[in-house]
Design a protein around this ligand. Structure first.
Ligand SMILES: C[S@@+](CC[C@H](N)C(=O)[O-])C[C@H]1O[C@@H](n2cnc3c(N)ncnc32)[C@H](O)[C@@H]1O
Length: 228
């Protein structure tokens, strides 16, 4: 699906997709600003950031933050063009946000960030692709910054273990699970499934915190554990 969206001639549908994702996840864009202790971080890379609305919202509420939005070349080019034509107020909301093209399968070029956010990206991918995406960020996580390792923040609508929950949110999750399968061979994953992908990418990756939203949205804080 993303190869199709990235084709030059598909700019209108690419823009529609970006707007649809931003709208569909608007509650989580607000939730994430509250559930993660952002005061610990200064520079954050948002991998597969899409429209970049998360970065704009976070930097509005956390003045310590600067965000680098990374996405595919045409997605980034569209957004830069769109914002250059946007009203001054909208442009101002992106003052602390930069855009740069970066293929998430390629080794992460930013090694100086305090955190790497990857929100609603893994669910668009099968297990094999997820492992490639996670592997690409490992060298940046392992880079030691002032004695502290950076964190990977994996943000997803997390699937409860099968049949442990009958809530309305879970029904919605099952629909989204099928939508991910049909559109891009992806899936909604449980914490255990996400953890298995992390370990497959690198056994040194370990979840050190889980920040929970009020429904199924969770942010897994992942660190690169130093050898003893
Ligand atoms: C479901 S959207 C999530 C957007 C954003 N993270 C959010 O939470 O609103 C998935 C994003 O992954 C991006 N993407 C897909 N393939 C990519 C690739 N190879 N490299 C970088 N980004 C990619 C898409 O362009 C899209 O913006």
């Amino acid at each position: 699906m993303f190869k199709y969206l990235e084709l030059d001639e598909n700019e209108p549908v690419r823009t529609r997709y970006g707007r649809a994702v931003a709208q569909h996840t608007i509650n989580e864009t607000d939730e994430i600003k509250d559930i993660v202790p952002w005061d610990k971080f200064k520079l954050v890379v948002d991998i597969g950031a899409g429209n970049g609305q998360v970065g704009a919202h976070l930097t509005k509420h956390h003045k310590n933050l600067h965000i680098i939005n990374q996405d595919m070349e045409n997605v980034i080019a569209d957004r830069i063009k769109e914002l250059s034509l946007a009203p001054a107020e909208e442009q101002a909301s992106f003052r602390e946000v930069d855009f740069e093209p970066q293929d998430y399968y390629a080794p992460q070029t930013r090694t100086d960030a305090d955190a790497y956010l990857i929100r609603f990206v893994l669910h668009n991918n099968n297990d094999e692709n997820c492992v490639k995406i996670l592997k690409a960020v490992v060298p940046a996580l392992a880079a030691n910054k002032n004695g502290e390792h950076a964190r990977l923040l994996v943000a997803e609508r997390v699937m409860p273990e099968w049949d442990t929950d009958k809530s309305a949110q879970l029904k919605q999750q099952r629909i989204e699970d099928m939508a991910m399968l049909i559109s891009c061979s992806g899936k909604q994953r449980s914490v255990a499934e996400l953890e298995a992908l992390l370990k497959k990418a690198d056994p040194a990756l370990e979840i050190d915190q889980i920040y929970c939203g009020k429904d199924v949205f969770q942010v897994l804080s992942v660190r690169y554990a130093q050898a003893p």
